[in-house]
Ligand binder design. Structure first.
Ligand SMILES: Nc1ncnc2c1ncn2[C@@H]1O[C@H](COP(=O)(O)OP(=O)(O)OP(=O)(O)O)[C@@H](O)[C@H]1O
Ligand SMILES: [Mg+2]
Length: 347
């Protein structure tokens, strides 16, 4: 490959100047001994010597540096073809040093981001196996007990089989959630955008979780009457999932006899914002920034009774972002939380 060649003359100019000054002085001393000094002769001598040494030095330096520098370039381009300026080879050391510096800096940044990703991957795998382990061991425990003789007792048999089935169900949910997250992250999940009435959808989700809420005497309600439909443009099924996740959370982390309130408001001219507000346990400030991460739970151990895997909000965020919309959370610890997201209004 013929590469362009950026030259630097500084070195040759200076070196040949020194040599020329020295030889001219030397010559003039010699000449002074024998003849009279001829100024014109000296000037010509100076110029010729200067020109000659400049050319020789420049040529030699170029050959010398070019060979070595080209090798450095070749080695670097072997590693990374994009980060070194393509095409131009330079004998100018400063440019080369700058380029190598930049190269090293880019590499450092790259290595750091790889390390972060690797750490994330390791954490993720750890989380997955941890989440799967708990229900798996539960199921295994019940089945082994049944095999060990509990199956002869008719009461125990039914009870244990039911519990094992619950465990399997839980495993199924986790795998389904993981599958969903993977699809969302790869961008594989195509949205099925349609126009629908968000008020009606919320009513449907209220009905779905009426029983669950009633167990904790939690009221699911709107902030006001919505006599007219509010049409939005989105993937109905996914938005239903978002609402379900947020409402289930508000029940799970809500207080006995609490209230979960839904509201739909106009935001700007073509957007609405849906808010899910509860007066439950609330979330401390320090958790808010990580709340939407996969597997992130505020209470890692204690909330086992509510047995979530911490995937719900991460799915919610992915779905909203796939719609190019935004999700917000506000929470006062001990007072309650409000999750809200925007949607596009249908004309
Ligand atoms: N309305 C809320 N009030 C208080 N804390 C909440 C609320 N919603 C979420 N959280 C906190 O955020 C954490 C993450 O919620 P997320 O929905 O992602 O997971 P999860 O409910 O624990 O499990 P999953 O939804 O996967 O079954 C919860 O563990 C809980 O601590
Ligand atoms: Mg949840």
């Amino acid at each position: 490959m013929q590469q362009k060649f950026k030259k630097s003359y500084k070195f040759a100019i200076k070196t040949s100047l020194y040599i020329t000054i020295f030889t001219t002085l030397l010559t003039s001393v010699f000449l002074f001994g024998f003849y009279k000094v001829n100024l014109l002769y000296l000037i010509v001598f100076f110029l010729v010597t200067y020109l000659f040494s400049f050319m020789v030095i420049q040529y030699r330096v170029e050959r010398f540096i070019y060979k070595r520098v080209k090798k450095i370039y070749d080695d670097l381009t072997l590693l990374e073809s994009t980060s070194i300026t393509k095409g131009t080879i330079t004998t100018d050391m400063q440019t080369l040093t700058e380029e190598i510096d930049r190269f090293a800096r880019d590499k450092k940044i790259e290595i750091e981001s790889l390390k972060v990703r690797e750490q994330y991957r390791r954490e993720f795998l750890g989380n997955v196996s941890h989440e799967l382990k708990t229900p798996l061991f539960t199921v295994q425990g019940y089945i082994l007990t049944l095999l060990d003789g509990a199956m002869d007792d008719e009461n125990l048999r039914e009870k244990y089989l039911e519990r094992a089935s619950k465990g399997i169900e839980r495993l199924g949910y986790i795998v389904k959630d993981l599958d969903m997250i993977t699809k969302l992250e790869v961008g594989d999940l195509s949205l099925n955008i349609e126009v629908f009435d968000i008020v009606e959808l919320i009513k449907g989700v209220f009905e779905m979780f009426e029983m669950k809420a009633a167990k904790k005497k939690i009221t699911l309600t709107f902030d006001r009457d919505y006599p007219n439909p509010i049409f939005v443009k989105a993937d109905k099924e996914r938005i239903q999932q978002v609402l379900a996740n947020l409402i289930v959370n508000s029940i799970k982390y809500g207080q006995e006899k609490g209230t979960t309130e839904l509201s739909v408001e106009n935001l700007i001219k073509n957007k609405v914002i849906v808010r899910v507000t509860d007066n439950g346990e609330g979330i401390e400030k320090k958790h808010l920034s990580r709340l939407f991460e996969r597997f992130y739970r505020v209470d890692k151990s204690g909330s086992r009774k509510e047995g979530g895997s911490g995937l719900g909000l991460s799915i919610v965020k992915h779905i909203i972002e796939a719609h190019n919309e935004r999700i917000y959370v506000e929470s006062d610890f001990g007072v309650g939380s409000e999750f809200s997201f925007t949607l596009e209004k249908a004309k």
